[in-house]
Design a protein around this ligand. Structure first.
Ligand code: URA
Length: 433
């Protein structure tokens, strides 16, 4: 067996690791036998040299097996998970999980908290009074069997390798590596027990991957490695050149998700949910093709089955289901201000990350893992790319618990909205499947 120093040297020189060597690295690190400085060196070597798909699959499996593996095999049928690489205003899980479950495919998902300009699903869910994101394994299984939908926080004993490695990558300049991102995402899915996964790789100014090429390379590797590990994977690349929907924050996004489940959501968000949901229904084996899947989803929205399932899900996790009819039960920050368009014309583009940062300045996001989020803070846009705006007329509403936060947030938002004379084509939502 090689020493850890030899393995680091191998990766530095571009030598391919075997399955055993990858396991050795991950288990030594998780056991505390390989110090952070050695893992940092290995991560940087892997970042620069890259990993083959086989090595990435070995890494992913070793990470998934580094802790408790959630066993969902007692739930009949295909269990789906859905993951987005993160974007501004991305509240699709809140909609898709109950919507797809209402059509007969169980959805089990472990979600994360937001860091930086992208919000986390858990924070959004926690803006519903009483909602709990921690569930014991037996409660999780019972809920999945009962209502077919469960979204929880990743518990500390699931994929500990990812937690330790991600924290180290965050401070060693090694986050933006395709094999390391693939290992991180797929290992969590494998440990979480799903057997089919829909992955939404965001591309554009608000996304992790800013260019199509980067996003495509990530999407292909996610698919390849997911399949090497025996999971059914569908990977799509979707637009993040502007925020998804109108709301950016936590409770404001829950409100928009509820409207969407009732059939009254923004066009881009609704379309994305229908398209991803149709793929999930095909993967889950209840629809023959996406056309049939889409029509099942539309029926569920129209009949009220989708919003009823949302309500049942919220109640099952301790939340107050009355939020569905009484949005005033959701927290909303006390102070409100309107941002007016500085000139007339058409919205030609956004710096979507800038819009996310504006929401963060209002208190809706985290600068560091320890930052407290203001669940009632956020912003709601009134116009998107291609819409006409008039000088002095509103383009957004901002919510904060401290009026002093408005100036910086307004400035950031205005710097993130481009207005021109020509009406542009709206962005293409789906870049590639
Ligand atoms: N999301 C993850 O879960 N892991 C990464 O490494 C990057 C994005």
């Amino acid at each position: 067996m090689k020493s850890i120093v030899e393995l680091i040297g191998d990766k530095r020189d571009g030598v391919e690791h075997s399955e055993e060597e990858m396991r050795q690295l991950v288990s030594a690190y998780v056991a505390g036998e390989m110090p952070d400085y050695q893992m940092s060196a290995w991560l940087m070597a892997a970042f620069i040299r890259g990993l083959s798909s086989a090595e990435t699959a070995f890494l992913t499996a070793a990470m998934a097996e580094s802790g408790r593996m959630i066993d969902l095999s007692s739930v009949p049928g295909t269990i789906l998970d859905k993951h987005s690489t993160g974007g501004v205003g991305d509240k699709t899980t809140l909609i898709l999980a109950p919507l797809v479950a209402s059509c007969g495919v169980p959805v089990a998902k472990m979600s994360g908290r937001g860091l930086g300009h992208t919000g986390g699903t858990l924070d959004k869910l926690e803006s519903i009074p009483g909602f709990s994101v921690s569930l014991a394994q037996d409660a999780l299984l019972a809920q999945l069997l009962d209502i077919g939908v469960v979204v929880t926080a990743q518990s500390a004993d699931v994929d500990p390798a990812d937690k330790k490695m991600y924290a180290l990558r965050d401070v060693t300049g090694t986050v933006q590596s395709i094999p390391l991102i693939v290992g991180s995402i797929i290992s969590k899915k494998v440990a979480g027990g799903a057997n089919a996964i829909v992955l939404d790789v965001k591309v554009g100014s608000g996304a992790f991957m800013k260019t199509e090429e980067e996003a495509r390379a990530l999407a292909h590797e996610l698919q390849r490695v997911g399949e090497l590990l025996g999971r059914k994977v569908v990977c799509v690349m979707t637009d993040m050149s502007q925020p998804l929907g109108m709301a950016v924050g936590n409770s404001v996004e829950v409100c928009e998700a509820i409207r969407t489940l009732k059939g009254d959501g923004p066009a881009d968000l609704t379309e994305l949910c229908l398209a991803l949901g149709a793929k999930m229904l095909v993967l889950g084996g209840v629809a023959d093709d996406e056309v049939a899947g889409r029509s099942m989803l539309l029926d569920s929205i129209a009949s009220g089955a989708a919003i009823e399932r949302f309500s049942a899900w919220i109640e099952a996790q301790g939340g107050d289901p009355r939020v569905v009819e009484e949005s005033e039960l959701l927290p909303l920050a006390q102070y409100v201000t309107i941002v007016d368009a500085p000139r007339s014309g058409y919205i030609t583009g956004f710096d979507a990350e800038g819009v996310g940062r504006s929401a963060m300045l209002l208190g809706a996001g985290r600068e560091t893992k320890e930052s407290q989020i203001d669940l009632g803070a956020g912003l709601v846009l009134q116009a998107k790319i291609g819409d006409a705006v008039q000088a002095g007329r509103p383009i957004a509403t901002l919510y904060a618990s401290d009026e002093m936060l408005f100036d910086a947030a307004r400035e950031k938002l205005l710097a993130s909205v481009m207005i021109g004379d020509e009406k542009p084509e709206p962005p293409v939502l789906f870049h590639e499947v």
